[in-house]
Design a binder for this molecule. Structure first.
Ligand code: PRP
Length: 174
């Protein structure tokens, strides 16, 4: 089975939207620092671009949470693969995610982080697939709502491949 990657969101369109999101976040958080917590691994490129589009002083942290195996659909199993290195108590926290699909990952993470008593806790995602939702998640900043197609690139993978594509692409059988 050969897979082909067709451009779905070109890099330039992504960059424009990420800049808008950065502007909105900067206005919503006049006072820093904001703890930008990116979920490994998929959010690493979005984090790099979004953090540079935010004018409010920010600190970068990573958390590892895996809910997918090597396939295309969620296993429903969530596990922490790397915890934060710092306390977020009393700080503004913005979770940075590449895609919200079933909502299983973020429901789990919001519960974990709320218990650590941040001053505020919000979510920014580049992509949102509302059709796929199994758990309700309140997402404050959404880059693009997309239909239920399997997308890769700009950090998103299929079995660890395609993360370094500049565009978001749809992966389909040829
Ligand atoms: C993907 C994505 C989100 C999660 C969303 O991560 O990066 O974290 O799935 O899916 P959900 O809303 O159904 O929980 P994945 O587990 O594939 O790991 P990765 O980021 O390392 O690719």
């Amino acid at each position: 089975m050969a897979l082909a990657a067709r451009v779905f969101l070109p890099a330039e369109q992504i960059q424009r939207r990420v800049c808008e999101m950065g502007e909105q976040i900067s206005n919503d958080y006049p006072d820093g620092p904001i703890y930008l917590i990116a979920i490994l691994k998929g959010a690493f490129i979005f984090l790099a671009d979004l953090s540079r589009a935010i004018r409010t002083p920010s600190r970068i942290e990573f958390i590892g949470i895996s809910s997918y195996g090597r396939g295309k659909t969620t296993s429903g199993q969530v596990k922490v693969t790397k915890d934060l290195d710092v306390s977020i108590e009393g700080h503004h926290v913005l979770i940075v995610e590449d895609i919200v699909d079933s909502g299983v990952t973020l429901t789990y993470l919001m519960n974990v982080l709320k218990q650590r008593r941040p001053k505020s806790l919000q979510i920014a995602t580049l992509l949102d697939k509302p059709e796929r939702r199994l758990r309700p998640v309140e997402v404050t900043y959404v880059g693009f709502q997309i239909p239920d197609e399997f997308v890769v690139g700009y950090g998103l993978d299929f079995a660890e491949d395609y993360r370094n594509l500049r565009d978001v692409c749809v992966l389909a059988e040829e």
